[in-house]
Design a protein around this ligand. Sequence first.
Ligand code: FMN
Ligand code: ADP
Ligand code: MG
Length: 165
Amino acid sequence: MNCVFRNALPFVTMGRVVKGFGRGSKELGIPTANFSEDVVEHLPKELDCGIYCGWAKVDSGPVYKMVMSIGWNPYYKNTKKSIETHILHEFKKDFYGSMLKVAILAYLRPEKNFSSLEELITAIKSDIQAADKLLEQPEYQIFKDNSFFQDKNGQNNKYINGHKT
Ligand SMILES: Cc1cc2nc3c(=O)[nH]c(=O)nc-3n(C[C@H](O)[C@H](O)[C@H](O)COP(=O)(O)O)c2cc1C
Ligand SMILES: Nc1ncnc2c1ncn2[C@@H]1O[C@H](COP(=O)(O)OP(=O)(O)O)[C@@H](O)[C@H]1O
Ligand SMILES: [Mg+2]
């Protein structure tokens, strides 16, 4: 069940936001938009489990910085692999069912187990700070304007996970 392959970055994907265990906001104070299973299934084998950062866009909204967890959440001992995105923006309301587009650009660290919830929260906050700084660099900034994030009003025949890009 372990992920053994190293990553192939940058990688873009998209899919619907579904319900997870409801721990992100309630227990951690850090909500994560969980991707539907089809997105997890279509992830290339080369993209290893771990913590990543990049850009994210919800429906036709702006492109924001994001941090992402890919894997089994060892602290919670999940039995299903998940892909969860925390967007560095305060949203006024939830966006379950929305279309989420992400560009995964940089690998930050492997996923880890922790001896307390506080340690997990501290680690995630440190990932957020690292991502915020890293994504300011010009080589990451250029991805914000990538055509993948531009609204094409259905006038495009490229598909990712069965969704028009
Ligand atoms: C940036 C980031 C780093 C994370 N790192 C870890 C980790 O090292 N170990 C772990 O067990 N979970 C990690 N998580 C996952 C959290 O445990 C997960 O987001 C939380 O359980 C919420 O799950 P839920 O969306 O199903 O409610 C991380 C999440 C984020 C956003
Ligand atoms: N900044 C944000 N980043 C990600 N999701 C957010 C954010 N703000 C609000 N949300 C909402 O919170 C939900 C995730 O909360 P979470 O507690 O992780 O629950 P779940 O276990 O259902 O994923 C997302 O699906 C989204 O609708
Ligand atoms: Mg979540």
